[in-house]
Design a protein around this ligand. Structure first.
Ligand SMILES: [Zn+2]
Length: 105
C-alpha cells in the first residue's frame, strides 16, 4: 500500500524589483509542509493537520517579508551558482530560526 501524505500549501504572489537586474518581476512565494509522522514538534509530538496548517500559515508572511528584502527575479535566481542562492539558504535558515523561536515562546 502506498501512503500519500497530505500537503498543506499556501501561496502569495508578490511584485518587486530584482536586486540583480533591476527589472520588475512577479514571484509566487510558497509555504508548504506535509502532514506526516515525521513532521513533529520539537518535543516529539506529531503535528496534527491543524497544527501543520498553522505552521504553514505563520511561515508565509515571514517568507514573503524575507523575500521582499532580497527580491530576485526567477531568471537571475536560475543564473546564480548555489553558494550564492541566498534566497534558498536564508529561507531554510529563517524557518529554522522561527522554529527555535516558537520552541521558546
Ligand atoms: Zn533579475
Amino acid at each position: 500500500m502506498r501512503i500519500t501524505y497530505n500537503e498543506i500549501k499556501l501561496k502569495s504572489v508578490i511584485k518587486g524589483v530584482c536586486l540583480k537586474c533591476g527589472k520588475t518581476a512577479i514571484r509566487t512565494i510558497v509555504s508548504n509542509q506535509t502532514v506526516n509522522p515525521f513532521n513533529r514538534h520539537k518535543d516529539g509530538r506529531i503535528k496534527s493537520g491543524q497544527e501543520v496548517y498553522d505552521s504553514v500559515n505563520n511561515d508565509l508572511p515571514l517568507l514573503v517579508k524575507r523575500f521582499k528584502e532580497k527580491f530576485i527575479c526567477k531568471k537571475c535566481e536560475d543564473n546564480i551558482s548555489w553558494p550564492e542562492k541566498w534566497f534558498d539558504l536564508t529561507e531554510r535558515e529563517y524557518i529554522e530560526q522561527i522554529g527555535r523561536k516558537g520552541e521558546k515562546g
